[in-house]
Write a protein that binds this ligand. Sequence first.
Ligand SMILES: Cc1cc2nc3c(=O)[nH]c(=O)nc-3n(C[C@H](O)[C@H](O)[C@H](O)COP(=O)(O)O)c2cc1C
Length: 413
Amino acid sequence: MRDVAPLTSIENNAAPTPGLAVLGLAPMEGVTVLPMRLWMHLASAPKSLATPFLRVTATYPNHELPRTFAPELTELRDAVPYQLVPQIMAADQADFVRIAPLFLRHAPFVELNCGCPSPTCVGSGAGSSLLRDADAFRSVIQAITSELGAERFAVKMRTGFKDDEEFTTLLSALSEHNLARLTVHGRTRPDRYKGYARWDLIELAANMAQAPVIASGDVVDIASLAHRAKIAPSVKGTIIGRGALRNPWIFAELRSGVPVNLKFSTLKLALLTHALLHELANTDMEGLFELAKTGLFHRECGTDEDRWQHVHDQLSHRLWPGATASLTAHESVDVSRVTLGRLKMLWNYLRSSLPAPFFEPAPLRAGSLPGFLTGLSAAYEASGKPVNLQLRHAAEWDWLYSGGKQQAETCPT
Ligand SMILES: Cc1cc2nc3c(=O)[nH]c(=O)nc-3n(C[C@H](O)[C@H](O)[C@H](O)COP(=O)(O)O)c2cc1C
């Protein structure tokens, strides 16, 4: 059993945990691209969403941002109501300082990635590699703040490059600057995603830094948010990554304090809409922009099937102008392998929050969108066709999304 606060303390409360606002969707490389951001907004409307990191070098990008990287800051500014947080990954502070102003024309601040643990990033001196040497980290922060101004600059970091003994020294490099915000994912680089994030260390950061501190790590439901808010009462907010993939309706749940119930047909339609969004982005980005400018993605769909149907129909009409705009008709329409891969990635997380039969691998093994949908329906049949589905965090699957089977059963903090 996890050690969590009783749900009653926050149920039916629109602001469940004073001081710990749920700010939004965490940056996720390969995940939080434009179509996914639009879809996440449709599902449960996080207040802010983050781009994945933009890896910049001495020659890339040249003088302009890639058009599809953060269009919500420019062309689609009025098309969506959420705040977009742009993130850059750079090994050299000069590259960050060169590219950041392209974002700062449109965004209040831009974030530097000091957390990515992947060998490719670290090997090239970027991501969590910036934490390797505290003195070098201090000069990077100093150089960027004097170029851009601390209030236009944000940092997202882990608690250490080798271990979290380094964290206090790293924090002291930041503490003299009033950054736009400091986001701490409470794990070290070697931790990657194993174990649990150290929210006690995030609280330490909130006490040491001048900047507002945002917490990242392991918020998966109402109870886990309440539990962690107790450990880190001084943080200003939290962002959610994997928990939002396991339950894309999590932001609505955390706002209301009430778990979401979903009809199977709504879930299926939402997943189909996810696929169509990616397919349109892959084949006709201009078309996606045009639809966005009509206001199609302005409003959250949540659990309202009619709204999902409307968005779905608009997307399918744009993709296949001649086809009948009905879900059933499109069960015979296929999408590219790339789109199917995106859908399966989402499903791989989401399935663990549903009743056991949904965890069966059939949808993941499907070679086509109709095959995926058939697998989904079979899982629903096998689950006894409940009227409502509940998306519940199931701790027994945490290891799958944390990369460590040896993970402790209980939260250590
Ligand atoms: C697939 C994946 C991609 C990620 N990509 C990024 C990234 O581009 N930039 C970043 O700062 N953090 C990235 N992260 C880390 C998350 O933003 C977050 O800090 C971490 O997953 C812990 O939060 P969670 O437990 O809510 O997932 C990524 C995490 C995952 C799982």
